[in-house]
Design a protein around this ligand. Structure first.
Ligand SMILES: NC(=O)c1ccc[n+]([C@@H]2O[C@H](COP(=O)([O-])OP(=O)(O)OC[C@H]3O[C@@H](n4cnc5c(N)ncnc54)[C@H](O)[C@@H]3O)[C@@H](O)[C@H]2O)c1
Length: 330
């Protein structure tokens, strides 16, 4: 399908059936001047029906076109770029999750390395105006200088997931440098909210507490996370689309976090309070590859787009639980 008219912004978004991709598409699609080509392979890393239901909501918009495609398949991807007039790429598709990367590094290589290469290479060949992609707070490894600053060294990731995201950042720098492709990497910090991922703590804790099952708590609940609400993330990405770096090498990297870290034990108390129900706990040792603390410095993104996270953790958890109970009929 060729672009609708000259004033339309044509954006390709990968991972559109995923948690962040879905919310980003939903937000952007309300603007009729934006046309979105959404890609996803709908893999079964978690409940496929959840992904299909997200897609169902997106397909209600007539400025949205979905293609089920695996980004590691270059020829399939090529056809999408050839057939459509794409100007911007927001690349969110990846194999996410730290723990899964310990037992399945091959899947991460396929999607996060080969898939990433295909996306950035086709973006170069098609003279994309801005290539935005998801990196992760995992690139900071076990750095202990807080808040985590974009200028810190990130050459020692402590899990393979973080290693793939760091590789993406390095590859994108070389593309900005050699080919002048405008690139922006976003280091997301524990994003949460309605329609969230079943492999993440908020979803798992809520489901288990409601079903009277024990929740697994690693490291005595002493982990600290900079939880970031999905709506704040979506606003940040949306504002960045038409704002690539103007520097000689058009490369940027930003933390997208809340700058308001919380201890996991406190996070659990907030969930219990909202559910009005105590959890049964199963304490486990610190997991290999787990990062002890994240805390984002967000002055750089604030300076670029006046980014100020708006949603407090108490409200964010309430919104998630409201969605969860409604979606799963509790
Ligand atoms: N949610 C977070 O807290 C968080 C934190 C840091 C980084 N990230 C990154 O942000 C991005 C989006 O994360 P999310 O939380 O929405 O995860 P998600 O798993 O919900 O979404 C990723 C989507 O990509 C799709 N996908 C995976 N491999 C693919 C492939 N080979 N081809 C096509 N599609 C494929 C999946 O089916 C899924 O729908 C990812 O790159 C992730 O690594 C997320």
């Amino acid at each position: 399908m060729k672009s609708k008219n000259k004033n339309t912004l044509n954006i390709l978004i990968t991972g559109c059936a995923g948690f962040i991709g879905y919310h980003l598409c939903y937000h952007l699609l309300k603007n009729k001047r934006i046309y979105i080509y959404g890609l996803d392979n709908l893999n079964n890393y978690y409940d496929v029906q959840l992904k299909k239901n997200r897609l169902k909501n997106l397909k209600k918009f007539n400025n949205f076109l979905f293609n089920k495609i695996d980004i590691s398949k270059l020829n399939d991807l090529k056809k999408i770029f050839d057939k459509n007039k794409i100007e911007f790429v927001i690349h969110l598709a990846a194999q996410a999750g730290v723990r899964y990367s310990i037992s399945n590094p091959d899947i991460y290589f396929q999607s996060n390395m080969l898939g990433f290469f295909n996306m950035i290479e086709l973006s170069r060949l098609n003279k994309i105006k801005h290539f935005i992609y998801a990196s992760s707070s995992s690139v900071y490894g076990s750095s202990n200088k807080y808040p985590l600053d974009e200028n810190l060294s990130t050459s020692k990731p402590i899990n393979f997931y973080g290693a793939t995201k760091k590789s993406n950042e390095i590859i994108s720098y070389s593309y900005a440098s050699v080919y002048n492709l405008p690139v922006t990497g976003l280091r997301f910090f524990t994003v949460y909210g309605p329609f969230g991922r079943p492999d993440m703590s908020l979803f798992k804790f809520t489901e288990k507490i409601l079903n009277n099952k024990k929740i697994d708590i690693y490291n005595n609940g002493n982990h600290i996370r900079d939880f970031t609400y999905i709506d704040d993330v979506v606003v940040a990405i949306s504002k960045l689309i038409t704002k690539p770096s103007k520097k000689k090498i058009p490369y940027n990297i930003f933390n997208i976090g809340s700058n308001n870290p919380k201890k996991l034990s406190h996070f659990i108390k907030l969930i219990e309070k909202t559910l009005d129900k105590k959890s049964k706990k199963n304490y486990l040792a610190l997991q290999k590859g787990d990062i002890f603390k994240t805390h984002a410095k967000i002055t750089k993104i604030n300076k670029k787009i006046m980014f100020k996270p708006k949603i407090q953790i108490e409200d964010g958890i309430k919104n998630f639980i409201k969605w969860f109970k409604n979606y799963y009929n509790y």
